[in-house]
Write a protein that binds this ligand. Structure first.
Ligand SMILES: [Zn+2]
Ligand SMILES: [Zn+2]
Length: 351
């Protein structure tokens, strides 16, 4: 029999269709999406040499002692929202509320190389990307009209990207989304009822149960959530309470870069480089010190499609058990480590 599961962080119900469930290895794609891109594409607006094709940059990290950039942040050429405009609301016939399309839409160009991805980048390069996320978040949050900042990444065509060059996006909005409010309200009610942080409690419980954990480091845990909306949905969360990503201790960024790179590399290796979306969930800009929320990164590999029932009901149907997919990832990761260690030992002994 299939099972309905409630996501404790949103109270949203998900159907885990166990009867239609596929075994984890059945989600491994037949073949990788061909991504044989050149190191540099003269037509790409994000490649070095084409900087004039983007609006003037708002942040640049350069290689020490050179003019070559490593990470650039630029306003989106075709922004969903613009910093011009006001946040005053208009209401027509007491029903139709609207406001200017005020906000900020930026692109974080993650590397000068056209054909890399976070999964294939070095740890120090991923660190720079995370520093750029924080720096832009902290710069924009001082504007009291920007209520919520979403940092996200669309990798591959089915995940919604139109440009191959490795990049993430940031959209700062004058209103918090329904999703952000629901997550916040759910954790606030939990804190009111129990006096505890919902996310700390969730992470502690996942660590105790060990059923859905993929990886644990000193500072972070990687797991497949209990009510995963889609197969292999993966969360990366800090083990200790940290409401705001932008205020998380700076000395933890190298550790986060490692765990993020390794997680995306494992997904790419095991599932044959699927498209994915990555979203950073963090506290709203005006409540970065709250007791009931922890930032976390959600990675959603695009292995299935959202269809009519999901659109009509808001209830997702997942065809995989997160306990099974997490176990599968653990096995695959430890198998690849055994191979690597054996190869390392051979190299050391000259065998
Ligand atoms: Zn490029
Ligand atoms: Zn917490």
């Amino acid at each position: 029999m299939s099972e309905l599961r409630q996501d404790p962080t949103t109270r949203e119900w998900v159907i885990i269709a166990t009867e239609r469930a596929r075994r984890p290895h059945e989600f491994v794609r037949d073949k990788e999406t061909p991504r044989n891109y050149p190191l540099r594409d003269p037509k790409c607006p994000f490649c070095p040499g084409n900087e004039s094709e983007t609006p003037p940059e708002v942040l640049r990290y350069s290689k020490p002692g050179t003019k070559e950039w490593q990470v650039r942040v630029v306003p989106n050429r075709f922004p969903a929202l613009s910093p011009k405009g006001t946040v005053s609301r208009r209401t027509e016939d007491s029903l139709f509320r609207s406001m200017d399309g005020f906000g900020v839409h930026e692109v974080i160009v993650e590397s000068p190389l056209h054909n890399v991805s976070i999964a294939t980048m070095g740890y120090s390069d991923v660190e720079l990307v995370l520093h750029a996320y924080r720096e832009r978040f902290n710069a924009l949050k001082v504007n009291p009209n920007l209520k919520y900042i979403t940092i996200f990444k669309n990798y591959g065509e089915t995940a919604g990207t139109s440009l191959v060059h490795p990049h993430s996006q940031l959209i700062a909005t004058p209103v918090a989304s329904h999703e952000a409010k629901r997550k916040r309200d759910t954790s606030a009610i939990f804190e009111d009822d129990t006096g505890s942080c919902l996310y700390c409690h969730l992470i502690h419980t996942e660590l105790m149960m060990r059923k859905r954990i993929v990886e644990v480091t000193d500072d972070f845990v990687v797991f497949h959530p209990f009510a995963s909306r889609s197969p292999f949905e993966t969360w990366i969360a800090p083990i200790l309470h940290q409401p705001s990503f932008a205020l998380a201790p700076e000395d933890k960024i190298p550790a986060l870069a490692r765990v993020l790179r390794d997680t995306l590399k494992a997904i790419a290796t095991v599932l044959k480089d699927p498209d994915y979306n990555l979203v950073l969930h963090t506290s709203p800009t005006d409540d970065e010190y709250d007791h009931y929320y922890d930032w976390h990164i959600r990675i959603i590999p695009r292995l299935t499609t959202v269809a009519g029932f999901e659109m009509g009901s808001g209830i997702y149907i997942s065809t995989a058990l997160p306990e099974n997919t997490a176990a599968f990832m653990r096995e695959q990761i430890s198998a690849s480590r055994r191979v690597k260690n054996a190869a390392g030992a051979q190299a050391l002994t000259g065998a």
